[in-house]
Design a binder for this molecule. Structure first.
Ligand code: 5AD
Ligand code: SF4
Length: 474
């Protein structure tokens, strides 16, 4: 049964005490840890916490697996393809363990919440020492300590399988080693209550729970003060932020309060469910100083019949209305989406509806997926007569359309000058810097690496389907 539960300061303190014990155990020589992340930004955010804990435990973070004393794999369960890749890579760690029997292998993330996967790891992946779920990231030091205590014992008792049924924990004040000094993730909520019929997320990440607004605002202020220039608010469905909190707040209200934090930075958010994207949201975005005029608004399908089967709670007309409304408040809106091709029972006519909607909306970028049955979801039980080969034909057609439109939209930038944030180095001459427009379009630039972390004016000189190219003009 779901209950929102905040981790107490005492519980957090206990975890830091486990860190101290691990640190003492590792003393004497440097120890290295590698965290490998699959899937969404929420997972990247959790991996930052894992790196934070590991650093506090005395590990140095590495990306060289041959050097690692500990490998933590943060997994994704959204599609079968990712699952197979993860298991392949986990299996391959057997070679590393043969060379270094003391290597500790931890598997976390959404895959571990599925009982079938837990069983499989238990049975066939003996290389794994610790299995933990996304609900246990806050108590990783304790789980790691317990794993270390079991090492040396024989059989299954040497391993720790800790993944729990979905629970509603909210944990503040965890250490975090951020990947970038320019861009920051800021998780405002976790879990999902929507139960789209194809999606595993509600089963593995649990019920929706929001962080308190004061905690989020304090973290945002700290990020701005520390010099972060690009903050992305994260949640499976940020538009339903605030449900179940004592505070009377919704997502547009939170966004308005965040926008009031002074400084030169861009505010983004991911992901919005179309059914919950309101006029109030578009109004706040349009009027805000910091908010990117970008919405990622997953369509999933352009067919009313399939949208109903998907349990999406909107139809084609409602979706198009929202897009028109958003564009009224933000004529320069950048719009991106996710689409699933080949949902069970989808016909040629349903697919044609998706294509025509895509042509009508003209997305700046699209993420397209072939439907992947997820055991335990309602869609996995539905008859699915269309062959994989036919689905692939539709998919290719959709991808061609998406690429053509993105290419055209990108080409329209050429000759314009845009304010961009330089967010990193590409390592590839001559366009050695990567940057983003306020709307989130990628711009490759040639310039001084000292510009990383700065806003500059860029003249766009060239474009492809995926990116823009430009030169710094001020
Ligand atoms: N099969 C294919 N794609 C899926 N997604 C979610 N579940 C599935 C599935 N079972 C896609 C949706 C979602 C994105 C993150 O992944 O488009 O928006
Ligand atoms: Fe999955 Fe739907 Fe929730 Fe998105 S909104 S995480 S697609 S159930």
């Amino acid at each position: 049964m779901y209950e929102r539960r905040e981790i107490t300061p005492q519980e957090r303190l206990e975890q830091t005490q486990y860190c101290e014990k691990i640190k003492a155990r590792l003393a004497g020589r440097p120890h290295y840890a590698l965290v490998d992340t699959y899937g969404c930004q929420q997972n990247e955010s959790d991996s930052e916490i894992l790196r934070g804990w590991l650093t506090q435990c005395g590990y140095e973070i590495t990306d060289d697996v041959d050097r690692a004393d500990l490998v933590a794999v943060n997994t994704c369960a959204v599609r079968e393809h990712a699952e197979k890749r993860v298991l392949g890579n986990v299996g391959a760690l057997g070679h590393n363990k043969a060379k270094n029997p003391e290597l500790i292998v931890c598997v976390g993330g959404c895959m571990t919440q599925q009982p079938t996967v837990r069983e499989k790891i238990k049975r066939s992946y003996r290389v794994v020492d610790l299995v933990f779920g996304p609900h246990e990231v806050w108590q990783f030091p304790e789980l790691l300590w317990r794993t270390m205590e079991r090492q040396g014992r024989r059989g299954d008792r040497g391993r720790l399988i800790a993944a729990q049924p979905s629970e509603g924990v909210v944990a503040e004040g965890l250490p975090r080693q951020r990947d970038s000094a320019v861009k920051a993730w800021l998780a405002i909520m976790n879990g999902c209550d929507n139960f789209c019929s194809y999606c595993i997320v509600p089963y593995v990440r649990g019920r929706e729970r929001s962080r308190r607004p004061a905690d989020i605002l304090a973290e945002a202020r700290r990020l701005v003060e520390a010099g972060y220039k690009d903050i992305t608010l994260l949640g499976q469905n940020v538009n339903s932020y605030g449900k179940g909190l004592k505070e009377d707040i919704d997502f547009p209200g939170l966004l308005a309060q965040m926008d009031a934090i002074p400084g030169d930075y861009v505010l983004r958010f991911m992901t919005s469910h179309p059914k919950d994207a309101t006029e109030a949201l578009f109004r706040v975005m349009g009027a805000s100083e910091h908010c990117a005029h970008h919405i990622h608004l997953p369509l999933q399908s352009g067919s009313d019949r399939i949208l109903k089967e998907m349990n999406r709670h909107y139809d084609r007309a409602k979706y198009l209305e929202k897009v028109a409304l958003a564009r009224r408040y933000m004529p320069d809106l950048v719009l991106t989406t996710d689409i699933i091709v080949g949902f069970p029972g989808e016909t040629e006519a349903d697919f044609a509806d998706t294509l025509s909607l895509v042509e009508e909306v003209r997305y700046d970028a699209m993420f397209t997926f072939i439907y992947s049955p997820r055991p335990g979801t309602p869609a996995a039980e539905m008859p699915d007569p269309v062959s994989r080969a036919e689905k692939q034909v539709w998919f290719d057609q959709l991808l061609d359309t998406a690429n053509r439109i993105s290419g055209e939209k990108h080409a329209a930038y050429v000759g314009r000058t845009c304010r961009v944030l330089v967010d990193g180095e590409t390592g590839q001459a001559p366009y050695n810097l990567s940057s983003r427009t306020k709307g989130g379009r990628l711009v490759h630039l040639a310039g001084d690496p000292a510009l990383v972390g700065r806003f500059v004016q860029a003249k766009i000189t060239d474009s492809t389907t995926w990116a823009l190219y430009g030169e710094v003009v001020g």
